[in-house]
Design a protein around this ligand. Structure first.
Ligand code: DOR
Length: 427
């Protein structure tokens, strides 16, 4: 995807992995051609008052294709991602059929080729994500798959998970775990605690997540595998990961935007828009997730963007599927809710996740001459009100409906092409 016209991003403040400075950025043929003062080009993108950073990378997006195109497609999910400042996303494999073979990997990669965001594909660890038999990881890795997960479910069988980890070392891939012990979660629809008791909704204890975090840290130690912990939601999970990193294990972890902005008290409305796995937890857990983001125990912010069609999400709480939209609100939630330096927020949104999935040569790069022009330009002060119906997603299940947030993407460049200009998707 190249653009023969030159574009200048003018008047912005650059924040990247090398630091901060004011400069214009000229982009030609998919790459950054110049960074400096008073630059001009065929086309000007105004960045006055804006931060110019490497495009964001979401390593946890549900794009629903194949199988649930009524909720999202690769194209609509990628468009929402571009509007959210993302230049790359990783599609989760819990589709129908699951992404557990070379054929389905190829199908989603094909759909991604024409999308307005660089779509990478993750593969399932087990066949049909059923947790019984290892999926053909090597044939998927040969197509470029770098992250394997049964997301939506955790791999329950300890011996099978050990084998997957041993196998992953040879393939040089990352295993990402959705940490939930099914037996302990059994029949639960929200966090087990004060609110589940009051509301009469069956709960899932924090320990259902923590037991699997504990097990996978132990197996990472045993096998030397690269393990990534998805959507960490409890204070003790964060503490265990902090310790594992300090012990030198090759583990990384992500927090979703909803797990550091919402608590289980939100479920008091009985509105299934607040139903998600792992569930929204206590205020103490939210504070611990934020502390983990602050001290680096949790290095990555992910969305777990999980669109669901209205007819399913509007069922009663115990029947509705878990999941909430995330791609178009992530940046604003970070800027509104996290008291962290801007370079730390962008690190967690951009170059750190890019490194986990091995795309750090294309995304999250410094804003410097010769680098691929995958760039987000956003106004950190812009105030706007969240409306699910305004989003590019085919679904509207945002838990932030009506909420005023601060920070909005103005332009997104994908390999030099302005795919979002002045907040409008260009394709
Ligand atoms: O709430 C969730 N929804 N958690 C998951 O892990 C899966 C996701 C989905 O696919 O809807």
């Amino acid at each position: 995807m190249t653009n023969t016209h030159s574009v200048v991003i003018k008047g912005g403040h650059i924040v990247d992995s090398t630091g901060q400075r004011d400069a214009d950025v000229v982009v030609v043929d998919g790459r950054i051609a110049a960074v400096g003062e008073d630059l001009s080009a065929d086309r000007t993108l105004d960045a006055a008052g804006c931060i110019v950073s490497p495009g964001f990378v979401d390593i946890h997006s549900h794009l629903r294709e194949p199988g649930k195109e009524e909720a999202e497609t690769v194209e609509t999910g990628a468009r929402g991602a571009a509007l959210g400042g993302y230049s790359a996303i990783v599609a989760m494999p819990n589709t129908t059929p699951a992404i557990d073979s070379a054929a389905v990997v190829r199908q989603v990669q094909e759909l991604g080729r024409v999308a307005p965001c660089d779509v990478h594909v993750s593969g399932a660890i087990t066949v049909d994500r059923a947790g019984e038999q290892l999926a053909p990881m090597a044939e998927m890795a040969a197509l470029g798959v770098r992250l394997f997960t049964d997301d939506g479910a955790g791999v329950q069988d300890n011996a099978l998970m050990r084998r997957a980890m041993e196998y992953s070392v040879g393939l040089g891939v990352v295993l990402a775990q959705h940490c939930e012990d099914d037996a302990l979660c059994g029949g639960g629809h929200m966090h087990e605690g004060e609110w589940s008791a009051r509301l009469g909704i069956a709960g899932q204890p924090a320990e259902a997540e923590e037991l699997m975090v504990m097990r996978d840290i132990a197996l990472a130690r045993l096998t030397g595998a690269r393990v990534h912990f998805q959507h960490m939601s409890t204070a003790r999970s964060v503490a265990m990961i902090r310790e594992a990193i300090a012990a030198g294990l090759a583990v990384t972890a992500e927090a979703t935007t909803h797990h550091f902005t919402l608590t289980h008290a939100q479920c008091a409305s009985y509105d299934p828009v607040f139903k998600v796995n792992p569930p929204l937890r206590t205020a103490e857990d939210v504070a611990a997730v934020k502390a983990g983001l602050a001290d680096g125990a949790i290095g990555i912010i992910a969305t777990d963007h999980a669109p669901h069609a209205a007819e399913t999400k509007e069922l009663p709480f115990d029947q509705a599927p878990p999941g909430m939209l995330g791609l178009e609100t992530a940046l604003a939630l970070c800027l509104t809710e996290l008291q962290l330096p801007i370079e730390q927020i962008i690190a967690a949104l951009s170059w750190r996740p890019a490194a986990v999935v091995g795309i750090g040569d294309q995304h999250g790069r410094p804003i410097a001459t010769g680098e691929p022009a995958n760039i987000a330009v956003f106004d950190p002060e812009y105030r706007w009100t969240v409306r699910g119906s305004d989003m590019a997603s085919r679904s509207t299940n945002t838990p932030y409906e009506g909420r005023e947030l601060r920070g909005k993407v103005r332009h997104t460049l994908l390999f030099g092409e302005p795919v979002v200009i002045s907040g409008e998707a260009q394709r």
